[in-house]
Ligand binder design. Structure first.
Ligand code: BGC
Ligand code: BGC
Length: 868
């Protein structure tokens, strides 16, 4: 059992108390300057029949920090007096740059545009900053074009500047929120918000979809790293500060000026509380837990004047948050006096009962003022216009939403601001990754590192020695930055995409050589010169949203290569310091046992050099920077310790919330238990075939004209008429792929059958693709069917022949098929049973090593097919 510092004990006790006495909003009182000490009434004993009833009077009553502004209201009255229903509805619609042109903005009087994580100027994730600014100018000009016949209302452009202006090449990339939580430094959050605002303004946007104030309770959730902490107290202490950094402080000079952007507090509410940590799932908690845990970040953010709140994808006890009127209207706008507007999430309205992505008056009526309708904006526009005309949406509700949106635009001074490139920071690209910005990010990296083990005080390291730097995270800027970096998943980027960044290796090399030591980089640990010490940097590869949902907290299940690397170096008598990159605490007891020191470094972003600042001594032997980070998430004892949060009953983590060693501490650990707790196979979501094998819950079957459903378990497996033969071959390792040979003697297929129907509807909301890593041998003689099946007679099929024919023969390649293509071709994505089916009637020789979900960034070739 690691030592638990007093520091963390005090916190846990306070937090435990807070959770236990949920009737009193105790935890909101203890921290964070702007948070009021609110005492709410104990909830009235709710009638059993209505377990879902919400009691707004039990929520904190807040004061909106901006006084009513009669002059502003008069301007709004004047504007609205001249607006048609169409023009008003247009203001409430947000489309995505990949699906909506400036001309659409002009024609439909659209109020807002967003750049989704995978949407970029000209479809290039590495588009230069100038291309972004040009795009912002074009949308702005369209919104103001007198030729549209509209009132000339400037558009607002939103983007996920979630760890810096992280979609743009050259921006300062801050550690993801999980790392920031470990700093426990609210003032630093304000500075980070400011820098993010400034860099965002250079490229023309005036709105970021941040901060995320989720309070993740199950670390299997793929968005755990977007949350600051599992503790509502820590989240609440940061939320207001970030908002102040982004927007400025109400009543003070600079508020919402050209150096600031509007914030979007998200995702309201309960995003971090879904069952099993399933992204976009259902949060089954009491109203008190919703308020005291999941919604803890909203009061301080609202009191800091947050201009927008984003509704969440999840449901609350079965009711989709996008349609939850009591929570959106009665609590948020009514009780908490939120005076900005509510924006929806990416087609989030489509999840409301009775709605589709194109048609959902219910979400608007529930209180979402602006629907995020990336590719569905036209349908939403048309259906909402019709709903207003038929009275399904009242004119009063429409006016309320438009008024809220116009208030925000007027507060931002947008009507006078001119086009984005002419605003104070427009085009000042030298501010992207400016040295003073990077210095703040580097400080954040230093303060975020959490030291879990320091056997015999191996750290801090003398710089004047032979240092080996190994592991696949050592010199990989994409890996150290995680998801939401340059593209949605943060995958498929290259070194040149990070002109203003240092890898962890860069920082170590620089300081070691400057001090007269020698540094060697060997990712696989095979050094040329035997080192005195090794720094091994390993961890999770980038992911975002549901693609990061995992089945257990095991680190890289089935792949022990990192552990072997650490052990090998150790066995050669080399001290090993492991630096672990991850978006969540994972079960790594074996890796910790094998290492001399172990550092949780989270997802540090562009300033990998901050790690050398802490690990290395000064040349004179003194400590440069001590560790400062403390866990904001509890570290699990086993791979199945999912609900493992401070204050919970039977709380028994490996390293408690608040843990973090300092150099003065005794950092010795006795061996940690190495029993993972996993029973049976638990496959990761979205991986269907890996290293030549179907993953848990799937089985390979071959079917032909004469024989069907032949289980392919041992290889070669051959259909009785020899129309299809499957054998085991090597791709990167021994027998890690399968070779499928069709003779052409009759139609035959290989299918991966699922033991239970899979629901892929949420994965198809976005640009998720089915990725196949394949190799073609020989010519393609006829159509190659790739289908996903959904029961008798239900399937969606595309022809892979043109794509396979075009890839170089004999070369392994990953091809992608947008999931939407299968839906268009007839698949019901809510009940997939065969995933996928590969079929041919003519001769074909195709090898396959992996089949999984991913995005276009992970594919070399994307199959062209109809998506609607
Ligand atoms: C995410 C949001 C994000 C939005 C726009 C959604 O899928 O849930 O956090 O702001 O997309 O990219
Ligand atoms: C977008 C993201 C969005 C996601 C929703 C992606 O295509 O790029 O911004 O969050 O879809 O599933």
């Amino acid at each position: 059992m690691p030592l638990l510092s007093l520091r963390s004990n005090r916190r846990s006790i306070r937090h435990a108390l807070a959770l236990a006495t949920s009737a009193t909003v105790l935890l909101l009182a203890g921290c964070g300057g702007t948070t009021p000490a609110t005492t709410a009434q104990a909830p009235a004993p709710a009638a059993k029949a209505d377990a879902n009833a919400i009691h707004p009077q039990d929520w904190p009553e807040l004061t909106w920090p901006l006084a009513d502004d009669p002059a502003l209201e008069k301007r709004i009255d004047a504007l609205m007096a001249g607006m048609s229903v169409e023009q008003k509805v247009g203001q409430t619609v947000q489309g995505d740059i990949a699906s909506m042109t400036p001309d659409d903005v002009r024609r439909y009087h659209i109020g807002s545009v967003l750049a989704g994580g995978n949407s970029d100027p000209d479809g290039k994730y590495d588009a230069p900053p100038s291309a972004w600014l040009k795009l912002a100018d074009a949308y702005y000009a369209a919104s103001m074009d007198p030729a549209s016949g509209g009132p000339g209302i400037p558009i607002i452009f939103g983007i996920d500047a979630v760890h810096g202006q992280s979609n743009i090449v050259g921006a300062t990339l801050f550690p993801h929120n999980i790392g920031l939580g470990a700093t426990r430094n609210p003032d630093l959050m304000r500075q980070i918000g400011q820098v993010t605002a400034v860099e965002t303004r250079t490229t023309g946007m005036e709105w970021t979809f941040a901060p995320t104030v989720a309070v993740p309770q199950d670390d299997r959730w793929g968005r755990t790293y977007e949350g600051y902490s599992e503790s509502p107290e820590v989240v609440a202490s940061f939320a207001g500060k970030v908002v102040e950094g982004l927007q400025g402080v109400p009543g003070q000079p600079g508020f919402l000026d050209g150096h600031h952007v509007i914030a979007s507090v998200k995702h309201y509410a309960g995003d971090g509380g879904t069952t099993h940590g399933k992204d976009q799932g259902d949060t089954q908690v009491s109203e008190a837990v919703m308020r005291d845990v999941h919604a803890a970040g909203y009061p301080p953010a609202i009191q800091a004047g947050a201009q927008t709140v984003m509704a969440s994808f999840n449901s609350f006890n079965g009711v989709s948050m996008h349609g939850h009127k009591p929570m959106l209207t009665d609590v948020l706008k009514g009780r908490m006096h939120f005076g900005g507007f509510v924006v929806g999430d990416w087609n989030g309205h489509g999840k409301v009962a009775g709605c589709t992505n194109d048609n959902c008056p219910a979400s608007f009526n529930a209180g979402v003022d602006m629907l995020m309708a990336p590719d569905s904006w036209k349908g939403i526009y048309e259906s909402n216009v019709a709903a207003v005309k038929s009275g399904v949406i009242s004119m009063e509700r429409l006016d309320e939403a438009v008024r809220r949106i116009l208030r925000v635009k007027l507060r931002l001074g947008l009507f006078e601001a001119g086009k984005p490139s002419t605003r104070p920071l427009g085009g000042k690209f030298e501010l992207l990754g400016a040295p003073e910005h990077r210095a703040i990010a580097r400080q954040a990296v230093r303060e975020s590192l959490v030291l879990l083990k320091n056997q015999d005080r191996v750290l801090p390291l003398a710089p004047k020695q032979r240092v080996l730097v190994a592991g696949d995270g050592a010199d990989d800027l994409g890996k150290q930055s995680g998801g939401w970096t340059l593209n949605w998943q943060g995958t498929g980027t290259k070194r040149a995409d990070y002109p203003n960044a240092d890898s962890i290796w860069d920082g170590l090399k620089q300081q070691v050589t400057a001090a007269g030591g020698s540094a060697e980089l060997a990712i696989d640990g095979r050094y040329r010169t035997k080192p005195d010490v090794a720094v091994v940097v390993v961890g999770e590869n980038p992911y975002a949203e549901f693609q990061g949902d995992i089945a257990t907290l095991a680190y890289k299940p089935g792949d022990d290569s990192d552990l072997q690397l650490i052990k090998r170096l150790r066995s050669e008598g080399i001290k090993v310091v492991t630096v672990f990159l991850s978006g969540r605490p994972l079960w790594v007891n074996r890796e910790i046992n094998a290492s001399d020191a172990f550092v949780a470094a989270w997802l540090p972003g562009s300033e990998g050099a901050g790690i050398a600042d802490v690990l290395l001594r000064r040349p004179d032997g003194s400590v440069q920077h001590d560790f400062k980070g403390t866990l904001s998430f509890s570290w699990p004892r086993t791979a199945v310790q999912y609900q493992n949060n401070v204050g919970q009953k039977d709380y028994d983590p490996q390293f408690a919330f608040g843990f973090g060693l300092r150099y003065a501490d005794n950092g010795n650990l006795t061996a940690l238990p190495e029993v993972s707790g996993i029973t049976g196979e638990q496959g990761d979501a979205g991986v269907y075939f890996n290293k030549g094998k179907p993953t848990a819950g799937l089985a390979m079957r071959l079917s032909g004209v004469k024989q069907s459903e032949l289980p392919a378990v041992t290889f070669p497996a051959v259909l009785s008429d020899a129309s299809l033969k499957v054998s085991a071959i090597d791709h990167k390792a021994q027998e890690d792929a399968r070779r499928l040979q069709w003779s052409g003697s009759g139609k035959a297929n290989m299918a991966l059958l699922s033991t239970r129907p899979l629901d892929l509807t949420r994965e198809s909301n976005g640009d998720v693709q089915l990725l196949l890593t394949v190799r073609r041998t020989g010519a393609i003689a006829g159509p190659v069917g790739l289908a996903i099946g959904c029961g008798q007679g239900c399937e969606g099929r595309v022809d892979l022949a043109p794509t396979l024919g075009a890839i170089a023969e004999g070369e392994w390649q990953t091809i992608g098929v947008p999931l939407k293509c299968f839906a268009t071709a007839g698949a019901d994505l809510s009940k997939i049973e065969r995933l996928p089916v590969l079929e041919s009637a003519t001769a074909l020789d195709l090898s396959v090593s992996r089949i999984a979900l991913g995005t276009g960034n992970d594919a070399k070739t994307v199959v062209a097919c109809a998506t609607r």
